[in-house]
Unconditional design. Structure first.
Ligand SMILES: [Zn+2]
Ligand SMILES: [Zn+2]
Length: 553
């Protein structure tokens, strides 16, 4: 090769050179200088969402950061004042879960919530440091010395500002509703925290005997036949839902029993149950004509359930007669509300049946199924049993199957303040690339149930309301919210767990229902969904920092 003799090295040696350049840029204060040089120019704010402070960066986080860095540097070179404030999501279950694992079950039994939170904080901050160095090493330019962290007091206070506005506007409510529940993590899960994968379940057909006269009495003892893949929900059964306009008939078995089901599904059930010599007997009646009939509850002796009708009953699988437990399913809950049905909840936080589980009290729902199937067999009400493999929801964190369980939770209503309508309108105003992707977004927002924002965990921002210990009333007013905002911005959310409300609420705070004074108020135990926290960054970051503004990119 005929190259000139030069000091310039033959090899790039980037893994040694790059750190030297980065070091030099840091010494020069290139980020600060890039803002100073452009002073007076037009502002360009790229507001970056917070990565989660857990573990090292991966290809996804690296790619994401580098692309954003390109935009910010490009804008800066084009003459804009282009500040870049990185941030981290520091609360939430993944960190708490890891800290819990590190502490071990023995220590977890005795640790206070305040100490657990201190450990979580330390863990989160250690990974902020790790990731900060890794992002810097990628050459990303920004305010690394003063990032936004969701665990900082001013950020925590921003959560309460938004909560206050939405609560006082009437968008937030407390209600008992079935939600995805992880019995291992002891917490509610949002739709976004659910992963679906295949699971093998029991598939059983059970006869519920009628306790009053039916159109088929002349043929023999009459029961309504239901199908379920969750035998453990039978103790909470209160109704059987039929399709209003479908035809129902009696099916007389060889042993003389008569089972009522949708006519359309008789042959498919006969095949699964391997019936021989069954006959369809009249009359043929509409579901609506059977509405109001009572039957013996399948688990609890001396208790009856009622036949109702609902639009969600499909005639594609099962029997056309749907076992209904309002505490264990969204559709069951809705139809239960329409018919004013009770909502028993015999399953506790960790998935154990309490006394409401009847003969299954003390069993866990994960292991109770075979026992329940066996028991139904002994009662003579089990008509057929098989196994099926189907898509089933699992906890994103611990990967265990979750259950549907009604509990008292806090929700953001999609309708009360027009959230859904406004979001749908905003979706319509956006130019989508590719164009068809708008359908995916609008069907997602169109179908979303109310957002369950409470979590039964320790590491996060508390739901900033109080409960009257005398009468159970929720106490949350403009004055209490303002006191909590002040508390969080000065002492951080940790103070919620270490101070008494009387120490920071106005002295004249009282329960509006029973008049109980500030000493009778207890702070709420639950914390907000971590997605709420990243969702308030427009207030906690863009409004709070003088160099930024909103709207932002
Ligand atoms: Zn879990
Ligand atoms: Zn009260």
């Amino acid at each position: 090769m005929n190259l000139p003799q030069t000091e310039f090295p033959m090899r790039a040696n980037l893994n040694q050179r790059e750190p030297q350049w980065l070091e030099k840029w840091a010494q020069l204060g290139v980020y600060r200088r890039s803002l100073e040089e452009r002073a007076g120019g037009e502002l360009f704010v790229l507001h970056d969402g917070p990565p989660y402070a857990n573990g090292h960066i991966h290809m996804g986080t690296a790619y994401n950061k580098v692309l954003k860095d390109l935009i910010v540097k490009y804008k800066s070179m084009r003459g804009y004042v282009a500040p870049y404030v990185p941030g981290w999501d520091c609360h939430g279950q993944p960190i708490e879960h890891q800290v819990e694992k590190n502490l071990g079950p023995e220590r977890m039994k005795t640790i206070s919530q305040a100490d657990l939170r201190a450990d979580c904080r330390e863990y989160a901050l250690s990974f902020v440091d790790v990731q900060r160095e890794e992002f810097k090493r990628l050459g990303v330019r920004g305010d690394w010395d003063d990032p936004y962290l969701t665990l900082k007091p001013e950020y925590e206070a921003g959560n309460v500002q938004i909560f206050k506005k939405m609560y006082l506007d009437g968008a937030i409510y407390k209600g008992a509703k079935p939600i995805h529940w992880c019995i291992r993590c002891h917490t509610a899960l949002a739709e976004a925290e659910i992963e679906y994968s295949d699971e093998t379940s029991e598939s059983i057909y059970v006869a519920f005997a009628f306790t009053e006269a039916t159109p088929w009495d002349a043929e023999g003892p009459v029961s309504v036949l239901i199908w379920t893949t969750t035998p453990w929900t039978l103790p909470a059964n209160v109704a059987v839902t039929l399709a209003e306009d479908a035809d129902y008939v009696g099916v007389k078995l060889a042993d003389g029993r008569v089972l009522v089901m949708a006519e359309e599904l008789v042959e498919s059930v006969a095949e699964v149950a391997a019936w021989e010599n069954h006959t369809v007997v009249g009359p043929r009646v509409k579901g609506s004509e059977l509405s109001g009939l009572h039957y013996a509850q399948p688990v609890h002796k001396g208790v009856t359930g009622v036949v109702i009708t609902g639009a969600h009953v499909e005639l594609t699988t099962g029997t056309g007669a749907v076992h209904t437990a309002p505490g264990h399913g969204e559709e069951d809950y809705l139809v239960g509300r329409a018919f004013n049905l009770p909502m028993p909840m015999p399953v506790t936080d960790d998935g154990t049946f309490d006394a409401g589980g009847g003969p299954f009290q003390g069993l866990n729902v994960r292991t109770a199924n075979p026992r329940i199937v066996e028991w139904l067999g002994e009662q003579g009400t089990l008509v057929a049993a098989a196994k099926i493999s189907h898509s089933y929801p699992h906890c994103w964190r611990c990967k265990q199957p979750v259950i549907f369980r009604a509990t008292e939770q806090w929700f953001v209503s999609m309708e009360a303040t027009g959230l859904r309508t406004n979001a749908m309108r905003a979706i319509g105003d956006v130019e989508w690339i590719p164009g068809w992707s708008v359908n995916r977004m609008s069907s997602m927002v169109g179908d979303r149930p109310d957002w369950c924002i409470s979590r039964q965990r320790a590491w996060g921002v508390p739901i900033p309301v109080f409960t009257c210990t005398k009468c159970g009333e929720t106490v949350a007013t403009e004055e209490t919210f303002d006191a909590v905002i002040e508390l969080f911005s000065t002492r951080g959310a940790d103070a919620w767990f270490t101070m008494r409300p009387a120490e920071y609420l106005p002295a004249d705070t009282a329960c509006p229902r029973c008049g109980g004074g500030v000493e009778t108020l207890a702070p709420e135990d639950d914390i907000v969904d971590v997605w709420w926290e990243s969702g308030v960054s427009h207030t906690s970051v863009l409004d709070a920092r003088p160099e930024l503004h909103r709207p932002a990119e």
